[in-house]
Design a protein around this ligand. Structure first.
Ligand code: PEP
Ligand code: MG
Length: 656
């Protein structure tokens, strides 16, 4: 029995839809195959189905043989034609996908060991001392072992038991009520692979051929992962990492070893890692982490931004010296000057303890600035706002005294979902944000994603230089199917509060005009559909040298400027913000960068528009007086910097 149809599953049969399809197929006894042109795969293995790469609108044949073949074909065709599975699903959240572009941040680092002291990039202020929590997921090194014929059956049994152990562990994780939705989606995806015949059968066949189970799992997982890597879809390419991750867990179970796990970081620990994804860090129990030390990363890398947002001292970019810390018990770090001390002696420890208690005392003293409205000497209010990236950060920002949000990074919202977040989901998110801070403004930055950080639903080309490539407004204007739902959502959410919108990576007025034309089209559509909406102020980020040089023309087109010093510095100085070897050049106080900021401020002030700053420099007390003298009236920063910034602005006004 067979029947053909056109697949109507949004984005094709990957991940959750594949799992649902397989679950349905497994409820029938018949052997069932899916046929796509000259290829076919068992309908009872989600890995095999994903490897078939079935896309939306493709023609597919379902073929079944067995007692319930007719019912099976009917049910599966029904699913493919009307899946109800193509909407955003919280439970389907996936880990951030791997870069399709060139690796960033590789370098030898600028650390130079001197009498037990290591030097890195001072990435998040404050000092910390504590036990080391090493995050060094080791590669499993294992020599192939040939089995005696008599041992093969036992080895197959050992493999089955190890797989069962991993499945049980994953079930236990899923049963945890404290698991965040985003984490739950990742565990579900991994569990599907651990349950999948493709990996289990391939490894079993290798063991039955006389090879030990660990080697068999490594071999089977890497073969499947390279099949995924060869597919022409970045989302499916990243599934290869999932297969390797599951393979790794099975191998560890076979070897009786435990993996390093950030969930288990004990309170007061210093996280030491060669490299850690921002996504991993964001999901870690941050309240337990007293400090972060990394071999990779720079002061404006996203790991640094997360650390600063949570007030966690961090020293990054230690280069290869990070390996010297791998086996030490305790470590002290100074995030103000980039110093790290392994196994600090009594003298260093007491020096650090004094600094820690001074910092705590300062924190307590700064609390009185929480609710003040800082003003310039002439009475102009300086808005001190927060940079945030998710709704979960609203409370911390309000608690710190944020006068609104000066930068809402919308990237996380896109990375958290397996499909592009729907217009309704985006409307709800932006409206929640606007309501939380009203009447203060909330500046939402439109999607700033690029080849170094792809998302599901947008295929990024391989680029030699992703930071100079198809990112931010460039990608959005080329993809109105991605951009328009965000603009429509922002128009709809603007009804609920004081929403402003800013565009990243602008290099000329044509980009602003093209965006405005899209906004007008969205407004017309919403009017026709009878949906409520309100207009918002449109501004631009000034973060490219081109934008600085055309700032007077841009100022006539927009309601405000927000200076993005993180990117502006890297582009003016031609120094990759993630590369520790050029961290010294990545200096916002360089006269070239300060001149660019001054030019921008002058153009904005002369045109009578608001000039703000949302790069990390906005929170630096040593620079705040200069920025205010230049004419900036809004500074947006990590919540942890807000109270100190308010204090400095207040004091500056008194002494003027
Ligand atoms: C900037 O570039 O200064 C900025 C605020 O944006 P991001 O750090 O997200 O690139
Ligand atoms: Mg930027």
């Amino acid at each position: 029995m067979e029947r053909s149809t056109i697949v109507r599953v949004h984005d094709g049969l990957h991940a959750r839809p594949a799992t649902r399809f397989v679950k349905l197929a497994k409820s029938f006894e018949s052997d069932i195959e899916l046929v796509k042109r000259d290829k076919s795969a068992s309908a009872k293995s989600s890995v095999k189905l994903m490897l078939l790469g079935i896309k939306e609108n493709e023609e597919i044949t379902v073929r079944a043989t067995g007692a319930d073949a007719i019912e099976a074909v009917e049910a599966l065709i029904g699913y493919l034609e009307n899946p109800h599975a193509g909407t955003d699903e919280e439970d389907g959240a996936q880990p951030e996908k791997k870069s399709g572009g060139k690796a960033q941040g590789k370098g030898i680092g600028n650390s130079e060991p001197a009498e037990g002291k290591l030097l890195g990039v001072a990435a998040s202020e404050g000092v910390a001392i504590g036990p080391v929590y090493g995050f060094f997921p080791a590669e499993i090194k294992h020599e192939n072992r040939t089995l005696a014929v008599n041992d093969i059956a036992d080895e197959v049994l050992r493999l089955k038991q190890a797989i069962a152990t991993v499945q049980k562990r994953m079930d236990a994780s899923l049963a945890e009520t404290s698991l965040a939705d985003s984490d739950r989606g990742i565990v579900v995806a991994l569990k599907d692979i651990a349950n999948d015949d493709e990996l289990i059968d391939s490894a079993t066949v290798i063991v039955e051929g006389g090879i030990d189970a660990v080697s068999a799992v490594i071999g089977a997982a890497s073969r499947i992962a390279s099949d995924f890597a060869a597919m022409d879809d970045p989302y499916l390419n990243a599934r290869g990492d999932d297969v390797n991750a599951v393979g790794r867990q099975i191998c560890l179970a076979l070897l009786g070893q435990e993996d390093v796990n950030l969930d288990a970081v004990a309170e007061g620990s210093i996280l030491v890692a060669d490299d850690i994804g921002a996504w991993d860090l964001a999901r870690a129990p941050l309240k337990n982490i007293a400090g972060v030390i990394c071999g990779h990363g720079g002061a404006t890398s996203h790991v640094a931004i997360i650390a600063r947002a949570h007030g966690i001292p961090a020293v990054l970019g230690l280069g290869r010296s990070i390996m010297d810390l791998k086996d030490v018990k305790a470590v002290a770090l100074d995030g103000d000057n980039g110093e790290v001390f392994a196994n600090p002696d009594a003298l260093i420890s007491s020096h650090f303890e004094v600094k820690i208690s001074e910092a705590e005392a300062e924190k307590r003293a700064l609390k009185i600035y929480r609710d003040i409205i800082p003003k310039r000497a002439d009475g102009t209010v300086i808005e001190v706002a927060a940079n945030i990236g998710s709704l979960e950060e609203i409370d911390a920002a309000k608690e710190a005294g944020a006068m609104g949000v000066g930068l809402f990074r919308t990237e996380l919202l896109f990375m958290r979902h397996i499909h592009l977040p729907s217009e309704d989901l985006q409307t709800e998110t932006y409206a929640t944000l606007a309501k939380a801070f009203a009447p203060y403004p909330v500046i939402v930055r439109t999607l700033d994603i690029g080849g170094d950080k792809p998302i599901s639903g947008v295929e990024f080309p391989d680029e030699e230089n992703p930071f100079l490539g198809w990112r931010g407004i460039r990608m959005c204007l080329d993809r109105p199917d991605v951009f328009k739902p965000q603009l429509r959502a922002l128009l709809r959410a603007a009804v609920h509060g004081n929403i402003k919108v800013m565009l990243p990576m602008i290099s000329g007025i044509d980009e602003v005009q093209a965006t405005r034309a899209l906004i007008d089209a969205c407004a017309d559509e919403l009017t026709e559909e009878g949906k409520a909406f309100a207009h918002f102020d449109l501004g631009v980020m000034i973060e490219t040298p081109a934008a600085v040089l055309v700032a007077p023309a841009l100022a006539k087109e927009v309601a405000f400027f927000s200076i993005g010093t993180n990117d502006l510095t890297q582009y003016i100085m031609a120094a990759d913000r993630l590369n520790p070897t050029v961290a010294k050049l990545n200096d916002v106080t360089h006269p070239a960068v300060m001149a660019a900021i001054e030019l921008t401020a002058k153009a904005g002030v002369e045109a009578g528009i608001m000039v703000g700053m949302c790069g990390e420099a906005a929170g630096r007390p040593d620079l705040i007086p200069t920025f205010i003298r230049m004419g900036l009236t809004e500074l947006s920063m990590s919540p942890a910097s807000i109270q100190r910034a308010k204090k400095f602005i207040q004091e500056m006004a008194k002494t003027a």
